[in-house]
Design a binder for this molecule. Structure first.
Ligand SMILES: NC(=O)c1ccc[n+]([C@@H]2O[C@H](COP(=O)([O-])OP(=O)(O)OC[C@H]3O[C@@H](n4cnc5c(N)ncnc54)[C@H](OP(=O)(O)O)[C@@H]3O)[C@@H](O)[C@H]2O)c1
Length: 321
């Protein structure tokens, strides 16, 4: 497995990480049944066997459900996994998102529950999922820094914050990784956040790399996941039709290279710099060999220029949230 560093002098993780979020119901309601859960655990185990170390989860993914899947998969092989956990989102009893919660005591409370559910002594990378506007970010980050001093957490991460918040977080405690959406379909970080992360020596963990299937050629027949179509404008109606037209460029290029569109979408993110680690969300073992094949994809200058043009910032329309 190719490895990358999370930030200057940061920890080494596999060049592709596994996103576990879609193994749980993240919009409320019942969690998947035993068959789906077994497959999800098998995906994580197979990923570890293939050399993927970076496992991305969050305590609010299925309100603990996701962490219990990860716990099962890493039992007896904790040392093979680099656990990245997000926290700080409060939900109602029905699973609806209530608010951010970045109060220092809450962060420590979330961590205590995560350690218990995951069955581990420490979390490798811990990050508030969003900044809580009602709490000075330094206080939220300070709580993670305390956890690091206590040995409960190894590295600080942040997620979907702005430039000012990244500077303030890094001034409070060195940030190892910024988790943020980045793909051919979402290039907004290139303007400010990516240069800033590089200036500060913060690694980037990119998510949404295959744009929930849009860039993997998985949406030609429409969007099967209703929650996805309801939540994201880019996956609805006329907007989706226009985006599929754009995405078809990737399919044509993939055919000419005897590759798949998903492989090209992942490889493009890998090609943007050694300081970027793409996460890929997978809940079926069958995805692994295909997606790991992205590690062997190389682009020539003409192909990179053509991708840059076809997926210029803003080419894929519709809000991302
Ligand atoms: N920090 C944040 O705010 C934030 C937000 C969202 C997500 N995340 C993290 O990032 C991870 C990835 O995000 P994501 O799941 O939203 O986006 P993603 O990786 O772009 O999309 C994952 C979806 O694409 C499908 N897929 C993967 N490979 C495929 C292939 N080769 N062919 C066809 N379909 C394929 C998966 O299907 P199957 O499930 O059927 O395998 C899954 O539904 C999440 O798991 C989560 O850990 C973080």
């Amino acid at each position: 497995m190719k490895m990358r560093s999370l930030g200057h002098n940061g920890p080494q993780v596999s060049a592709i990480g596994l996103g576990c979020m879609r193994m749980s119901n993240i919009t409320g309601g019942p969690q998947p049944g035993p068959d789906r859960n077994r497959e999800s655990v098998a995906v994580i185990e197979a990923a570890l066997e293939a050399g993927i170390t970076l496992l991305n989860t969050g305590d609010f993914y299925g309100m603990g459900h996701n962490e219990t899947l990860v716990a099962k998969a890493i039992r007896g092989r904790r040392d093979q996994a680099f656990l990245s956990v997000k926290c700080g989102i409060r939900r109602t009893h029905t699973g609806a998102i209530l608010s951010m919660d970045g109060r220092p005591d809450s962060i420590k409370n979330y961590a205590a529950y995560s350690l218990q559910r995951l069955g581990v002594d420490y979390i490798d990378l811990y990050q508030p999922a969003r900044a809580d506007p009602s709490v000075p970010f330094e206080e939220t980050i300070g709580a993670v820094a305390d956890l690091i001093r206590e040995g409960k957490v190894r590295y600080l991460g942040v997620s979907e914050i702005n430039a000012d918040q990244l500077r303030r977080a890094h001034a409070t405690h060195p940030v190892s990784a910024l988790e943020i959406e980045y793909s051919l379909a979402s290039r907004f970080i290139e303007r400010e956040m990516l240069p800033l992360a590089r200036e500060l020596g913060v690694g980037v963990v990119a998510y949404g790399v295959v744009t929930q299937g849009l860039l993997a050629g998985a949406m030609q027949g429409g969007v099967v996941d209703e929650a996805l179509a309801t939540s994201f404008a880019r996956f609805r109606g006329e907007t989706l039709r226009r985006n599929l037209e754009k995405a078809s460029f990737l399919e044509r290029l993939a055919r000419s290279k005897h590759r798949t569109p998903a492989q090209l979408a992942i490889a493009w993110v890998l090609s943007r710099g050694d300081d970027i680690v793409p996460l890929v969300g997978m809940s079926r073992r069958s995805r692994l060999p295909e997606n790991l094949g992205a590690l062997d994809v190389a682009f020539n200058e003409d192909e990179l220029a053509a991708l840059d043009q076809a997926f210029a910032p803003g080419a894929i329309v519709g809000t991302r949230s």
